[in-house]
Write a protein that binds this ligand. Structure first.
Ligand SMILES: O=C(O)CC[C@@H](O)C(=O)O
Ligand SMILES: [Zn+2]
Length: 419
């Protein structure tokens, strides 16, 4: 593993590897879930761990420029001191690197409000396979001069270049944050609650997450967390972020009154203080961790038309029956993103065969995506065809061949092999 500190050192490493045909595995915080950040054979790991310098922050525009190895949570703390927040937030914030976030186009919990990194990343510095540095580190909201090259590297999972610095637009830190945690009796009610709260909360809605009762059981059993709301088949977490607490609370209370009186939600709690907000968020953010304590986990990260989101969980549960220990569904409902996770006591090839390609075929039939936000990495790359046309994959391979003709950058990842 090599740990460069500067872009010049990354250039030197890649030039050396390029000349000698040595494969390189770029690695950030190594928190990915599809095997994109770990070597497969003898790749040299190029870690961004020591590239953690903040380069500049503009307090007027909220534009942050930093090295790729900065930890997301640290960046958030830094910009919060100046009255801003990072435009993305995810469970792995304590160890993930912003460069890795950009390389995988991470989504997370704030996407509903601030949009994807494709909008908030304003510029990138990237070192290409041959060691040359590409400076696209613009700090402008608007720039229509030619192709938007940075987009090629966002979500390219380290296969086209190594991201060394990021310029990103940070929104104002909201003055008032409220959280409602509600229990719903059916998935139809979860959907209706979503449309109602979107209409009634408008611009202050900043997250709409859901989890099923199995998820709740697992965080309670394995992490000893306790929920103030219990006994419902579904739970939703609704966050508001705004600039006026009186106005926000009034809106939230009107919505809650409507949700309770019309039977959309049957139970619920509200949090306005930091400690309770954090505790409620933990119930949702720590599901992944709880699952790892439940046995071997088969993980799926699916985009679907929101109305069909939970049908995949129900169908998978029915198909697998007692062969699975738990089949759980949760995720970013507001973004149409389901996390379907299946646990079993141990890995079994026959169980895998019962799940795949079933889950992928089901998703493709609904014109969904087999990777909403985690990427394809090593584990899902052979299945890209379920979500992308042949011609699109061919064009991706041509980009790859043009930018990395020797195929040294994160080989065996993202693009299918043997085609
Ligand atoms: O573990 C998963 O499947 C999801 C992880 C993460 O994207 C989340 O939203 O919690
Ligand atoms: Zn997620």
């Amino acid at each position: 593993m090599l740990k460069p500190q500067t872009t010049a050192e990354v250039s030197q490493i890649l030039r050396y590897c390029y000349e000698r045909n040595l494969a390189v595995n770029p690695q950030g915080g190594n928190t990915g879930l599809v095997g994109g950040s770990v070597p497969v054979f003898d790749e040299i790991i190029l870690s961004t761990a020591l590239m953690n310098r903040i380069i500049s922050f503009d307090k007027v525009s909220g534009i942050l420029v930093c090295q790729a190895g900065c930890i997301l949570e640290k960046l958030n703390e830094y910009v919060e001191e100046q009255g801003f927040v990072m435009p993305l937030d995810l469970g792995a914030k304590g160890s993930c690197h912003v460069g890795g976030n950009v390389a995988t186009n991470a989504g997370g919990l704030r996407l509903l409000r601030y949009g994807s990194l494709r909008g908030t990343v304003l510029g990138l510095e990237v070192v290409l396979a041959d060691g040359s540095a590409l400076d696209c580190l613009a700090s402008l909201r608007k720039d229509n001069t030619g192709y938007d090259l940075k987009q090629l590297f966002i979500g390219s999972e380290g296969t086209l270049g190594v991201i060394t610095a990021v310029s990103i637009l940070c929104p104002q830190k909201p003055k008032a944050v409220n959280l409602a945690f509600l229990g719903c009796q059916s998935f139809a009610k979860v959907l209706e609650t979503f449309t109602t709260c979107r209409a009634m909360l408008g611009e202050i809605l900043s997250a709409y997450e859901f989890m099923d009762e199995k998820c709740m059981e697992l965080v309670e059993r394995h992490l000893k967390l306790s929920s103030p709301v219990t006994g419902s088949p579904f739970y939703v977490l609704i966050e508001t972020s705004g600039s006026n607490s009186t106005h926000d609370e009034e809106k939230l209370n009107n919505f809650l009154e409507q949700a309770m009186s019309s039977g959309l939600a049957t139970d619920g709690t509200v949090a306005t203080d930091d400690k309770k907000i954090k505790a409620l968020w933990s119930l949702r953010e720590r599901i992944t961790e709880a699952l790892t304590h439940d046995g071997h986990v088969y993980k799926y990260d699916i985009s679907l038309p929101v109305g069909k989101l939970y049908d995949l969980v129900t169908d998978t549960r029915a198909r697998l029956g007692p062969r699975a220990k738990n089949v759980v569904g949760y995720g970013h409902l507001g973004d149409g993103n389901l996390h379907l996770n299946i646990t079993a006591e141990s890995y079994s090839h026959s169980l895998l065969e019962a799940i795949e390609p079933f889950v992928y075929e089901w998703t493709a039939r609904c014109n969904g995506s087999i990777s909403a936000e985690h990427g394809l990495g090593f584990k899902k790359k052979q299945f890209i065809g379920y979500s992308k046309a042949k011609e699109a994959v061919l064009l991706m391979q041509r980009f790859k061949a043009m930018l990395d003709p020797k195929g040294i950058l994160n080989p065996y990842k993202m693009l299918p092999s043997g085609s």
